[in-house]
Ligand binder design. Sequence first.
Ligand code: ZN
Length: 690
Amino acid sequence: MKASEVKKRIVALRTEIEKHRHLYHTEDTPKISDEAYDALVRELTELDPSSVIPVGGKILEGFVKTKHLVPQWSYDNVFGFDELKRWDERNRKILSPSFRGGDVRSTTGGVLEYCCELKIDGLKIVLTYQNGKLVTGATRGDGSIGEDITENIKMIKSVPQTISDKRTIVVVGEVWMKKSDLEKINTERQTVGLAVYANPRNLAAGTLRQLDTSIVASRDLQVFCYDLEIVNPLHASGEGGSRREPGEVFETHEQELRFLKQNNFPVNNKTKTVSTLEEVQSFVDQWIPLRNYEEYAVDGVVIKLNDVTLREVLGHTAKSPRFGVAYKFPAEEVTTVVENIDIQVGRTGVLTPVAHVTPVLVAGSVVARATLHNQDEVDRLDVRIGDTVVLRKAGDIIPEILQVLKDLRPKSAKKYTLPDTCPVCDALVSKKKGGLGDDSVALYCMNRKCPAQSLENLIHFASKKAMNIVGMGEKIVEKLLNEGLIKTPVDMYSLKKADLESLEKFGDLSASNLLESLETSKHTTLQKFLFALGIHHVGEETADLIANTFSWRNNADLFEKMVHTTDEDLIKINGIGTTVAESFVDYMNDAERQEVVKNLMDILVFEKPEKADVKNLKLAGKTFVITGTLETLSRDEAKALIKKHGGKVSSSVSNNTDYVLAGEAPGSKYDEAQKLGVKIIDETGLTKMV
Ligand SMILES: [Zn+2]
């Protein structure tokens, strides 16, 4: 970017951030996710390191302001192990003069310990107790002045109104709402036409800022407390805040948490104290998938030095205390800029617009491209080249663009329209339904000889779940196609060693290996073969359903049966609709394709399916959906086990699903199952059934 562009961008980012900050903190109605907001702030501070974004919101009218006895800092964020290490090194540098030689040790004599706590995504509250009574409950506000919401906080059942300790004590906690309660409340709001809350944090915040305490009482707010200060009122001045009495009561953060528990404050029990950064990292890694199982939202881990006495020594930076740090989970939503949009031609000829974005780290990997699906999606988002967008990638999911930040759009940006000819072969494109219950219309290159389609088809044919030709990867297929050595899958099986060795960088050994895996791949199943053909709408599961309807004497017999199958025959199969049936029959009746299928079937050997008496099997008639990482079985093993006992495996959860087999980090299918009331089982559950 030119200097003038950078300046413009900084101004635009500042305005955008201020807008969203207001929506988030003051209105409790965010229009973008916290992660997307964080990404904008990161970009601004990278372009202009002097930028200071205030944390927290403005005080709403209607609440009395209250000055905190103890200033409420917020922790610095780290986003990875390297940043965590830098935080630790900085601390050790500051601490080392205070200790004699060798390793930095805590004042209690041991090595430095780190207390890891889940970072609950809720609303921070500050509770002040005097003479054993709760006297003030406040929001964090800007850190020194918050809103007095004492009457509302008294409505939270788990906040103690009285404690036995008579000193002045400031307790800090996070108010949150159960995910299930959010859903209930949103459902109710929807039925009466009210706007729904974006997330539990907003609902908790919105509730605590109700001027009517009965609303607060009616909502089951929860709290976790995680910090306290014993305040010597003599030292609690207007400006400087409080002064801790070192060593007076607590030496470690663990002791503080114990004190809180003893005084009936709710404390999250997932806290763990460790003594190396590697252990901190594994605690973080462990919670990235596990957080989905908790009723509260977790967006990271807060790491604090366990030795409380070191806090004074370490002190504060301009905005944060040094003794602790917030390790944010890898963002699944970030912001980036669309640099270009181009078209990918798939193996069915479908044209998919793809956004090329400024490379960005999301969910732990660098993303440079995101799918835009089709023209409908491009129109819905109104995404244009030059736009700043919110991009999401979760786990293995293909990155996609969620939203366009239109206030950051350059003036020159034009609406994007898909071309009316194929960008690879120039053939005219034609509109077809997306299929499979999807109402959207997609564009297809109708040229059967389109090089892009041939390439994708050949790659698919050789891929692992299809013919599993080890060594026949994308690059090799592309080379063979370009050299004119293959045109259809049949040609793969006539390749000679000399053909392969003539390829650049293709040695004797790799040629022999590839020929051998071609030989091996000839022994396959009808299901894999049907899937490998790449018939439109025939995925793995569908190929299995179709393959199971055939019985045959030999391949010639099977070929005849396949080409004479009618729509009516196929629709009789449970799980096959008209779209699939028509697509299969069209394919098998196409003279050119028939030829390829016939030639392939002359050389392939199909395993005969075991014709078990399905009706007497334990899982007969039951449909399963698998999600998450299973502990002892691979996906394919679990599928095989279910099928062996007569069950079916489907890829999406619906009312026809009997069981969802869930492993670790299950994702949206798990939520869907809960919504539909589908029984969720684990591997033990499955093995007990068979
Ligand atoms: Zn084409």
